[in-house]
Design a protein around this ligand. Structure first.
Ligand code: ADP
Ligand code: MG
Ligand code: MG
Length: 914
């Protein structure tokens, strides 16, 4: 018989830890812990399949499954020796959501189910604890009301807070049985008013409604958003776990708590977590009372503490990963309620992986797979420069909840954060966050909350997202309604308004008023270095290079482990103040002689830059691309010239002086300003293009003006000779951009080779090797790769342009309708972020194959921004490329992504040439 319901408890279980698909993560964990003989309250899991059936069947559960669930309930009743709805001695249940991938707080859980007016009396009599019974009932009505009856939670909160105020109770636990009884009466009135019905008294009915509510919570907006963010498929569904209740709110020998086997922020091997005495469920993380650190559990109940350490250590060894667990102690007896692989920050992921490998718990392969490439981002992000912090006012130090530094404008609500983040970086500042704030947390660069500890919602979610976060910054008094916050700093009250700049450091917990400067991270920390060298061992000959235009970037790239430069854009060298004039002169030249004069000025500057790149790369290859304009970027704007020309005749002395200074670098002896401006305008108009993206770009410029290519080739070879003379190895690779026909390459290659050979002959160094190759960024080049490869010694896929030209889509304009396209799922993701394997990828595969057939030694790489995106790196690896090239800070991410692709098989090594 096909099973829909799986029992667990009493040292056995129908399912086990491998069955996350059917049982969800929580259900699988409960089954596995039961099997291991750990103290888990018994129960049963209604599978994720039922959730999907439920949605298909118009939100109903077919009778045969209802029967199976009823049988499971009967078994549970027998095990516990109590019956659901029994007025004298009721069985109480929790009904808990739990999907395959953990979605913390995104879906719903209901506790104390089975209580009604009669069973509450029974519970009070049986336990001799009236206060406890009422506490359970009021919690149940509230949770059930919110989750299953869809009543706004704030309605209940208002009543509860009013009662606390009336009773002069500071804490929830200060309320007496009579207070709680009054609260219950009010709660029932709310239910009646909102649903037009009495609070459901039938326990079996409650159970069905609760289970269905758990299924329905799969489609909570926040759950949907979370799935999108984490790329969790919508069709998995959630399981519903029905479990006997245990009570952490039975008095001072009871508690509830959460913890981690290692510190999820730093990865340090310490027992980590919090507990709250006389409390239930989410009290610990909701910030109702300040919980105690788990280290204090030993003073509270030593036996429980050592049992918990023993169990969780066993769990970590069993799962071979850091565990995130939930527990409850009922009158001195420990129960485990959940365990899962804990979410962690990037730094913690690296540390845990390295240390678990050192401890012998996992092998190197597993350790390398344990860190998502994108998590490295957090280790590679800048930190605050101490000097700049000195100039800011420190507002407070909260709890360091998720490391990393961030600067942004303050937003007081999630919606504001989303809106403001379109214009400037945002820091979300809130009293506390709830799962409803998820979109705002995602939009923010950093999160600061006034209350909550390291396991509060903000902390847990921020760590999962890799967002810097400070919690419990209690000195900050926040008014979310007025959108202001106040802090007393050395006796003075400062007010922070929406839009003000603040700087926050999730590694230290510090929050500052103003904008701090940031500093580059250290790629040489021992743990990071060890992790990366472990990863590198799996990569084989597959290289990771960096895109770097100037020597300084090249040095950074080396530090992060780049094995060469995959793209140096020479046009970027010309924007510097001392060069732009020569560049403009070169562009404005109307004849070869004038152009050559300007080029002669640029040559030594280029040579110096190239030499710097060769030096920084210490013998690794350096790909230098010949000039790829847009030329118009170097010239004054046409409209501006027209305005200046128009105002010139009527300009006063001051204005004339201003214009003279503005166009000084274009002036020539004996020419009036008017003549200069007219000359400029007519040249700018000549150069004007209707569609610059498809105009005189790439190699087309060098074909029209061969002296440019010639100068650059000379500068490259002369620089190479210079560095080589010092006894250093150099590998120049000269790359011709944007070709669509092999004849374009032929033309440019001839010029390059001539200039290069001449430079080498002059230096008497004909032994120095260099390559001439091309960038593939037009579909036609990919389609004719076989003939292109006859000329090209290497291919480098320029996937930014190749994506634009293949899709007929401009990257800058796509942003305007990106949201619509991706929401409608026309594109699964941004094709400029993640390489489009089906279209662009197909062209690449074809070109690699045809190119290698024509020239077996063809070197192949990618230099578009995709070169640093993990899934695109994997694609490049599997396509048999020799390397990827990306921005310097993404080099470690690409190294790790390549290592993981290698570990995961299909190595394509056979076709790789380097
Ligand atoms: P989440 O997925 O949001 O963590 P859970 O289903 O784990 O939700 O429930 C939240 C909390 O409710 C648990 O951490 C635990 O404190 C409490 N809880 C759940 N089931 C039980 C139970 N059977 N007995 C006592 N407390 C429970
Ligand atoms: Mg939980
Ligand atoms: Mg290009």
């Amino acid at each position: 018989m096909h099973r829909y319901v799986y029992a667990f408890g009493n040292g056995t279980a129908d399912g086990d830890g491998t069955m996350k698909d059917a049982l969800g993560g929580k259900g699988a964990g409960l089954a596995e812990m039961s099997r291991a003989g750990m103290p888990v309250p018994p129960g049963f899991t209604v599978s994720t399949e039922v959730c999907n059936i439920f949605f298909e069947a118009n939100r109903t559960v077919p009778d045969e499954i209802e029967r199976e669930a009823a049988e499971a309930l009967a078994v549970l009743e027998k095990r516990i020796g109590k019956k659901l709805g029994d007025a004298a001695d009721p069985l109480l249940l929790s009904v808990r959501s739990g999907a395959k991938f953990s979605m913390p707080g995104m879906m719903n859980t209901i506790l104390n189910l089975g209580l009604n007016d009669a069973t509450t009396q029974g519970l009070a009599a049986k336990t001799g604890n009236e206060r406890f019974a009422y506490d359970c009932y009021r919690r149940f009505i509230q949770m059930f009301g919110e989750v299953a009856l869809e009543i706004d939670m704030s309605k209940f909160d208002e009543v509860f807070d009013a009662r606390k105020h009336k009773a002069k109770a500071k804490l929830d636990t200060d309320l007496t049985a009579q207070d709680l009884e009054a609260v219950i009466a009010e709660y029932k009135k709310i239910v009646k008013k909102e649903t037009k019905k009495d609070f459901p008294q039938n326990a079996r009915e409650q159970l069905k409604l609760a289970r269905n509510a758990v299924f329905n919570s799969w489609w909570n907006p926040k759950a949907g958003y979370y799935r999108k963010m984490e790329r969790i498929p919508d069709n998995l569904g959630t399981a519903a776990n029905v479990q006997a209740m245990v009570f952490g709110n039975m008095g001072d020998t009871s508690c509830t708590g959460v913890g981690f086997t290692r510190d999820p922020g730093s990865g340090e091997k310490v027992f980590y977590g919090e507990f709250l005495v006389n409390a239930q469920g989410e009290d610990v993380v909701a910030g109702i009372r300040t919980p105690q650190p788990i280290s204090e559990l030993t003073a509270w109940n030593e036996g429980v503490y050592s049992q918990l350490v023993e169990i969780t250590t066993r769990l970590e060894k069993h799962y071979k990963d850091m565990q995130d667990f939930e527990f409850t102690v009922q009158e001195g007896k420990l129960y485990m309620l959940q365990t899962r692989n804990g979410k962690r920050t990037g730094p913690a992921a690296v540390r845990v992986a390295v240390e678990m490998q050192e401890e012998g718990l996992i092998d190197e392969r597993t350790a390398v797979l344990r860190v998502a490439p994108s998590q490295l981002d957090q280790l590679l992000h800048p930190v605050f420069s101490q000097a700049s912090l000195g100039k800011l006012t420190k507002l407070t130090r909260g709890t360091d909840a998720s490391p990393g530094a961030a600067v942004g404008r303050v937003a007081f609500s999630a919606d504001d954060a989303v809106e403001m983040s379109e214009k400037a970086p945002v820091i979300l500042l809130r009293k506390e966050t709830t799962p409803d704030d998820i979109h705002g947390m995602d939009a923010a660069k950093g999160i600061v909350t006034a209350i909550g500890g390291k396991s509060s919602h903000a902390a847990v979610v921020a760590r999962g997202m890799g967002r810097p976060c400070v919690v419990g910054a209690g000195a900050i008094e926040i008014s979310e309604r007025a959108k202001t916050a106040t802090v007393a700093v050395s006796g003075k009250t400062l007010t922070v308004k929406e839009g003000d700049w603040i700087s926050m450091d999730g590694t230290t917990g510090d929050v500052y008023l103003g904008q701090a400067e940031t500093q580059d991270p250290d790629p040489h920390s021992p743990l990071f270095a060890k992790f990366m060298s472990m990863a590198d061992r799996f990569r084989g000959g597959f290289g990771v290079r960096a895109n770097a235009d100037i020597p300084r970037d090249a040095e950074v790239a080396r530090k992060f482990g780049a094995e060469g430069i995959g793209l140096c854009r020479t046009e970027h060298m010309f924007f510097a103040e001392d060069r732009i004039a020569h560049m403009q002169a070169m562009i404005l030249a109307r004849d070869e002689k004038t152009r050559r004069k300007a080029l002669a000025k640029l040559l030594p500057m280029q040579r110096r830059d190239f030499a710097g790149l060769f030096e920084a790369m210490e013998g690794f290859p350096v790909v230098i691309r010949t000039l790829d304009p847009p030329l118009h970027e170097f010239l004054p704007k046409r409209e501006e010239l027209m305005v200046d020309l128009a105002v010139l005749p009527a300009a006063d002395a001051k204005k004339k002086k201003e214009l003279g200074a503005k166009y000084k670098r274009f002036s020539a002896a004996g020419k009036t300003l008017k003549a200069v401006l007219q000359g400029l305008l007519s040249r700018v108009e000549e150069l004007h293009e209707f569609n610059p993206m498809l105009g005189l770009r790439g190699c087309r410029l060098g074909i029209l003006y061969p002296e440019i290519t010639e100068m650059q080739a000379r500068a490259i070879l002369e620089a190479a000779l210079q560095v080589s003379k010092k006894g250093k190895k150099v590998i120049p690779e000269i790359m011709i951009p944007l070709i669509g026909d092999v004849k374009e390459l032929e033309n440019q290659k001839k010029i390059v080779v001539q200039a290069a050979e001449e430079a080498l002959r002059k230096a008497g160094r004909t032994d120095l090797k260099y390559l001439v190759g091309t960038m593939i960024e037009i579909p036609r080049a990919a389609l004719t790769a076989a003939s292109v490869a006859r000329e090209a010694e290497f291919f480098s896929f320029g996937t930014n342009d190749l994506t634009q030209t293949t899709m007929g889509l401009s990257r800058d304009d796509y942003t305007k309708f990106q949201k619509d396209y991706e929401e409608r799922k026309i594109f699964a993701q941004d094709p400029f972020g993640v390489l489009d394997r089906e279209g662009v990828g197909k062209l690449i595969q074809m070109a690699v194959k045809a190119g290698r057939e024509a020239r077996p030694a063809l070197e192949v790489g990618i230099c578009g921004e995709h070169g640093g995106e993990p899934s695109s790196v994997e694609f490049c690896y599997r396509t048999g490329m020799d390397y990827v090239s990306c921005s310097p800070y993404r080099v470690p991410i690409a190294r790790l992504a390549a290592a993981q692709a290698a570990i995961e098989g299909d190595r394509s090594e056979a076709t790789r040439t380097a």
